[in-house]
Structure formats: structure tokens, C-alpha cells
Design a protein around this ligand. Structure first.
Ligand SMILES: C[S@@+](CC[C@H](N)C(=O)[O-])C[C@H]1O[C@@H](n2cnc3c(N)ncnc32)[C@H](O)[C@@H]1O
Length: 261
């Protein structure tokens, strides 16, 4: 699927603008998906961990008490500032450091980490396969990749609709993948997929849209898009109280544990 060549610059610009909103976002801070990620990873106290696209730092903060060190990285310097304030200054955690890094071109040496985490971010990356190759490169042999991202239905028409709905709200959403595509890409990068599960996240539609600064006209287009969505896409997104102030819908995430061979 095509993506604009400047999509990284677009991600950076948008996350610079919305950085504060991501630290306080309930979706990112409080989801029980973070508990699932931790359980799936089974972190060990001596582990060196890398969190890619740390955003507000919620995954890094969750893992920090369970490992020796977390390197929290992100493409957007303003997001990293927010993550630093949130983790080190507000929560007093001392085993997390912060470094600017592009997920597709990590500025870290080979065989360095026991664990790489990346939560709700790969849909921004122009080349998800390259991101996975970089994860494999920086992990030690036998190391773990624990990944969470939006997942699409297997049906192609429904997948296009769900992906377009997300992209209309956030133009830096490059593309999501279905479960089979994720598992194939992980294997192609050298990971044995040991575990894969899906997680359903219900969102309040208006706060979800406003967090990315959408205007009223775009909200109307999103509402219309949901109304006109093919049946499989509607079933996937499960809208409730649609077009009222209480409207909700779900997006679905895949959680994967891959072990480097
Ligand atoms: C939704 S936030 C991530 C949420 C966070 N991982 C969490 O657990 O709450 C998406 C993040 O991806 C970052 N990002 C986008 N493209 C990136 C890239 N190519 N490399 C690294 N980070 C990227 C953005 O700067 C933003 O901070």
C-alpha cells in the first residue's frame, strides 16, 4: 500500500503537537493490555530492554520494575521529553534512559538487548518489515520481541475500510496489518512466533478523534464512513450509540511474542 515519502516527518510533526495528550491518554496509560504485554514477556531482573516508539512512556514505565534497565526511544524529541518528565520526574523511576531513534534505523549496536517492546506504533512506520529486521539485529540470540499494534480483519475490503477510518483521524497512520501478515513478517525477520492473541479496545469516539485534533468536518466524515462501512468492517468496529455524544467503537490489537532464533 503506498505511503507518502514524508510520512516520518508527518508523524514527528503530529506527535510534537499532541505530545501532552498522549501522556494523559487513558487508552495508552491504563489499558489492561499493558498487563497482558508484561505477562506475555515474562521479564527477568537482569534483562536489558529497549522500548521502541515509547510515546508517553507507559510501556517503558510498566516494564522498568521488572528488568535491569529500559532504554525508551522515540522518533519525536518532544514525546521523549514528555516521557522523561512522566517516568523520571513524576514517578521517580531511575532505571530508564531516553534516546531519539527511528524504528527502521536504530542507532544501537547488534546483540545488545534481551527484550524489545513496541506498543501501538508500528502502524506509523513506512516499512514495518525493516522495523522487524532492526529489532532482530539489536536483540541477543534467543531474545524476545513483544509487539502490540492495531490489527485488521482478514477480509480485504473490510481491512481497507478499517485502515482508512484510522488514517482519516490520523494522517500519520501509515497502515495496519492482519494477524497472518504480522506473523509472516515476524517469521521473515527471524522470529519464531511463540504467542499471538487479540485484544479489543473500546474507545469513546469523540475524545479518540479530538486527541488527534480533528476538526468538525472530519468528525462528520468519520461518522458517515462508519455508517457506510461494509458489514464485516462494522462488525469489526462494533459502533454503539453512533452519531451521539456517547458514541463508542472498538479497534482490535494483536499482541505477539516472537523469539529470535
Ligand atoms: C501512539 S504513540 C506510542 C504509544 C506508546 N508506545 C505506549 O505504549 O503508550 C506512537 C509513537 O510512535 C512514534 N513514532 C512514529 N514513527 C516512528 C518511527 N519511525 N520511529 C520511532 N518512533 C516513531 C511517535 O513519535 C509516537 O510517539
Amino acid at each position: 500500500m503506498p505511503h507518502p515519502p514524508d510520512s516520518k516527518a508527518l508523524s514527528q510533526a503530529r506527535y510534537t503537537r499532541f505530545a501532552e495528550g498522549y501522556v494523559t491518554s487513558e487508552t495508552h496509560a491504563k489499558g489492561s493490555d499493558l498487563d497482558r504485554l508484561l505477562a506475555i514477556a515474562g521479564p527477568q531482573p537482569h534483562w536489558q530492554a529497549l522500548d521502541i516508539a515509547t510515546g508517553g512512556g507507559h510501556t517503558a514505565l510498566k516494564f522498568a520494575p521488572h528488568v535491569a534497565h529500559v532504554l525508551a526511544s522515540d522518533l519525536t524529541p518532544r514525546m521523549l521529553d514528555q516521557a522523561r518528565q512522566f517516568i523520571s520526574e513524576r514517578n521517580g523511576v531511575t532505571n530508564v534512559s531516553f534516546e531519539e531513534a527511528d524504528a527502521e534505523n536504530l542507532p544501537f549496536g547488534d546483540d545488545r538487548f534481551d527484550l524489545v517492546t513496541c506498543r501501538i506504533a508500528p502502524h506509523h512506520f513506512p516499512d514495518a518489515q525493516q522495523f522487524l529486521r532492526e529489532c532482530a539485529r539489536v536483540l541477543k540470540g534467543g531474545g524476545l520481541l513483544v509487539l502490540q499494534d492495531q490489527v485488521l480483519p482478514a477480509d480485504e475490503e473490510a481491512a481497507r475500510c478499517v485502515d482508512a477510518f484510522e488514517r482519516l483521524r490520523d494522517p500519520s497512520h501509515n497502515r495496519a496489518f492482519n494477524a497472518r501478515e504480522w506473523e509472516g513478517m515476524c517469521q521473515a525477520a527471524g522470529f519464531a512466533v511463540e504467542h499471538s492473541e487479540q485484544y479489543v479496545k473500546r474507545h469513546d469516539f469523540l475524545p479518540w478523534a479530538r486527541r488527534q485534533g480533528v476538526d468538525d468536518a472530519t468528525i462528520e466524515r468519520l461518522i458517515q464512513m462508519m455508517r457506510e462501512a461494509p458489514a464485516i468492517a462494522r462488525e469489526w468496529m462494533d459502533p454503539r450509540d453512533w452519531a451521539t455524544d456517547a458514541a463508542t467503537f472498538v479497534n482490535r490489537h494483536i499482541l505477539i511474542r516472537g523469539r529470535l532464533g
